[in-house]
Design a protein around this ligand. Structure first.
Ligand SMILES: [Mg+2]
Length: 268
């Protein structure tokens, strides 16, 4: 299949950024790709930080990413709601992240408007039984259940484990008998919304990432070209036997500009 790549969906963690530092050569590669006229989107499943906080941590290590180039599950949900006039969101997420969404319409002294969407993100700082039950009742009454990601647990660098967003989503799915709509990796809807936001089709898009199970699977699900980088999770996935399947494999994102140049010249 010939690809005329115009847009790049680039994974952040393990691909351009790792443990607080830029991957070697990533800042220069990003600048070359932008100068080359590619539309860029940077993807992460992180839904516990605002867009501003994520941008700041990238810029602090020399990775220049524009606000409109960052495509998180929060941005995907905002994109979706922009097509739903009158949406009333019940957000199960931190106070900072809640500001990104229209409220469910509750005003002092008035009955709460019925939510049209229940969106579940990082809610560890705000979740209690009344809020969880309010979400349960809203979904039972017809609100759409949206998950910003489906991680079951996460582990701190010190090895401490925490229940993650996906476990809360699973509780609501179990209680309501409804399935959540996933707006994070590896859902094809997430990758499709990211590609659409560039103005190019999935067939003009390449997904670049270190994780064969999310970036690779998601990219293939929309018909995009996939580029596996051998940084980040790559070694662990090779050991686990789940790497592979990408259209192309390179040592790191630093090699992507030359790869695309070769492909461009090879394409009739
Ligand atoms: Mg990654």
């Amino acid at each position: 299949m010939n690809f005329h790549v115009r847009a790049l969906l680039i994974d952040i963690n393990g691909t351009v950024f790792d443990h607080g530092d830029a991957i070697d050569g990533a800042p220069k590669a990003i600048n070359r790709l932008r100068d080359g006229g590619y539309a860029l989107r940077f993807l992460t499943n992180t839904e516990s930080k605002t867009v501003e906080v994520t941008l700041e941590s990238l810029r602090a290590c020399g990775l220049h990413v524009e606000r409109e180039e960052l495509f998180t599950p929060v941005v995907a949900a905002q994109t979706l709601l922009a097509c739903s006039p009158g949406a009333r969101v019940l957000p199960l997420m931190s106070e900072e992240l809640r500001k990104a969404f229209p409220p469910s319409g509750r005003t002092v002294g008035a009955p709460a408007a019925t939510p049209t969407h229940v969106i579940v993100g990082d809610c560890q700082a705000v979740l209690d039984y009344p809020l969880l039950n309010r979400a349960f009742r809203a979904v039972r009454a017809g609100a759409e259940l949206i998950a910003l990601q489906r991680g079951a647990l996460y582990r701190t660098p010190q090895g401490e484990e925490f229940l993650d967003t996906g476990a809360i989503v699973a509780a609501l799915e179990y209680g309501t008998g409804r399935s959540a709509r996933l707006l994070g990796k590896p859902s094809s809807e997430y990758f499709g919304l990211a590609a659409t936001s560039t103005g190019f089709s999935p067939q003009e898009t390449a997904v670049i990432g270190d994780d064969a199970t999310t970036d690779g699977t998601g990219g293939r699900s929309i018909g995009a070209m996939t580029v596996q980088v051998r940084t980040g999770k790559y070694a662990d996935q090779v050991a686990a036997g789940v790497a592979g399947g990408a259209s192309h494999t390179v040592a790191s994102v630093a090699e992507v500009p030359d790869l695309l140049r070769r492909l461009e010249h090879a394409t009739p």
